[in-house]
Design a protein around this ligand. Structure first.
Ligand SMILES: CSC[C@H]1O[C@H](OP(=O)(O)O)[C@H](O)[C@@H]1O
Ligand SMILES: Nc1ncnc2[nH]cnc12
Length: 287
């Protein structure tokens, strides 16, 4: 069995992972509070996997209530080196029909700064590079896996992350379209930033569920319409994950693995013992 551990964060409609052997449920404590739920660990095709439902079992947490720091910290603590995010998104382009898959390569952050999206602060300052917010290697494997699973898949595109929980107004939806974005969701930006700080690769399987509210010949987005599309496509998402796991290399040559090398600006001598302990899992190798 390879040494790598692949994490999967399941979004709306994906609350469990099938096909795992040696399944365990693990409660993880973190210095940042409680994760969304217990982590499910297991083995898929000889690869160690860790699964977490982003909104908790039963979908109890709003996008702004998810403790992204605890979720990513928990993944790190369990040895995860690459995270696959599975996310429901609205389509902002005609050619991305509901049921299609997008593997985004850019983000725009329209959240309200109410979500903790960094492990730093409180005595330790770091600025990671985020020009390319997803792992190119992982995204390439996800694209190939989606093709192999028979999906209609769009490679690349910008995911705009709104605050929610209400969906966009029509004016906002048209404004975002004028930005040229491909899809809209409410969850991926804090995860991508935190994964980068934790030196974990991050890639997204975005399932287009609706045309938001900009499309004149489609109904405005609603939860029941989103869930209907997810139900039809949940097997596809699971198949993409199992095709991806077969392709993902255990060895990492991407820059994600060393993202903190030049990021920490605080004088090491000025970092308190408390801060060193709190952040040991994240920055220990740089102290
Ligand atoms: C259920 S509709 C809106 C909800 O769906 C998406 O969640 P996720 O990214 O976890 O799949 C979207 O971001 C909203 O949170
Ligand atoms: N239209 C939409 N807006 C925001 N998040 C979504 N998730 C799925 N569809 C969405």
């Amino acid at each position: 069995m390879s040494e790598q551990v692949i994490g999967v964060i399941g979004g709306s409609g994906l609350y469990e992972m099938e096909g795992l052997s040696d399944v365990r449920s693990v409660a993880v404590e973190t210095p940042f509070g409680a994760p969304s739920d217990e982590f499910i660990t297991g083995v898929l095709d000889g690869v160690r996997m860790v699964f977490l439902p982003r909104h908790g079992k039963g979908h109890r947490l709003l996008p702004s209530e998810v403790n992204y720091r605890a979720n990513i910290y928990g993944m790190k603590k369990l040895g995860v080196t690459r995270i696959i995010s599975v996310s429901a998104v609205g389509s902002m382009k005609e050619e991305i029909a509901p049921g299609h898959i997008v593997i985004p390569d850019q983000f725009i952050d329209r959240t309200n700064a109410t979500r903790a999206n960094t492990f730093f602060g409180n005595g330790v300052v770091a600025h990671v590079q985020f020009a390319d917010p997803v792992c190119a290697d992982l995204s390439g494997w996800l694209f190939e896996a989606a093709l192999a699973a028979g999906a209609t898949v769009h490679r690349g595109g910008t995911y705009i992350c709104m605050e929610g929980p209400a969906f966009s107004t029509r004016a906002e939806s048209n404004l975002y379209r004028s930005f040229g974005v491909s899809v809209i969701g409410m969850t991926n930006i804090p995860e991508a930033k935190l994964a980068r700080e934790a030196e974990i690769c991050y890639g997204v399987i975005a399932l287009s569920t609706d045309y938001d509210c900009w499309h004149e010949s489609h109904d405005d987005v609603s939860v029941d319409a989103i869930l209907a599309i997810i139900r039809q496509n949940v097997a596809m998402s699971k198949s993409i994950i199992s095709h991806a796991v077969k392709r993902i290399s255990a060895e990492r040559t991407c820059p994600c693995a060393s993202a903190l090398t030049y990021a920490i600006i605080t004088d090491r001598g000025a970092i308190s013992t408390e801060a060193k302990e709190r952040l040991n899992l994240i920055i220990g190798k740089y102290l």
